[in-house]
Design a protein around this ligand. Structure first.
Ligand SMILES: Cc1cc2nc3c(=O)[nH]c(=O)nc-3n(C[C@H](O)[C@H](O)[C@H](O)COP(=O)(O)O)c2cc1C
Length: 188
């Protein structure tokens, strides 16, 4: 796949075939992310791979619970728009994907969000080039229960930046609309 095709084919995929993603392929994709630029070449991202659909539902419920608790304390949070979905016990934030990769990193690192964001982009393009679909699930990042964090292997000095679901797409949606880029000025 040439680069333009990869750019165009990458979509947020929320509908997956009932097919596991081999661990060896996930490892190859994660290896590709090592080429991503990071501040001072710090390469701070660490990865947790979860390949258990039932466990993903548990993580989804944990994240939903915490988002709803946050909304009780502060009803003006942006997550308010998703309140009905969060209250629906049937909805799985991870769309019953066969696999979730958590991008995590050290809590105090100033560049962590940007470093992980770029690393995720490499992950998504590498996955796309192998016929896989991905979607960043920001709503699924609110996992706080200490027992669960220990169970999935998040060290206490790390935080979750990006939960990325991965799988073989059942369907690939058409590209959502993009406006033309806002180039404010060219200074010569
Ligand atoms: C930081 C971030 C958080 C996101 N969180 C969610 C989410 O919680 N649930 C979801 O279904 N999609 C989520 N998405 C996917 C976006 O909705 C999607 O990328 C966007 O609509 C553009 O569509 P495309 O990726 O197909 O181009 C997220 C994307 C990003 C970059």
């Amino acid at each position: 796949m040439d680069f333009e095709t990869i750019l165009k084919n990458r979509r947020a995929i929320r509908d997956f075939q009932n097919k596991e993603v081999p661990l060896s392929i996930l490892k190859e994709i994660i290896q590709d992310t090592c080429l991503a630029p990071t501040a001072s070449n710090g390469q701070p991202c660490k990865f947790i791979i979860i390949q258990d659909r039932n466990y993903l539902k548990k993580l989804s419920d944990e994240s939903k619970k915490n988002l709803l608790d946050d909304l009780i304390r502060n009803p003006n949070l942006p997550s308010k728009q998703y309140e009905a979905r969060l209250r629906d016990g049937q909805i799985n934030l991870f769309y019953n994907a066969p696999c979730l990769v958590l991008f995590i990193g050290p809590k105090g690192l100033y560049s962590l969000d940007v470093d992980c964001g770029l690393t995720v982009a490499y992950f998504m393009f590498s996955a796309t080039s192998r016929g896989l679909g991905t979607c960043w699930i920001g709503l699924g990042a609110h996992i706080r229960d200490k027992e669960i964090l220990a169970e999935i292997g998040v060290p206490s000095d790390c935080r979750i930046i990006a939960p990325i679901i991965v799988g073989y797409p059942a369907s690939i949606p058409a590209a959502s609309e993009r406006h033309s880029p806002d180039i404010l000025k060219v200074v010569k």
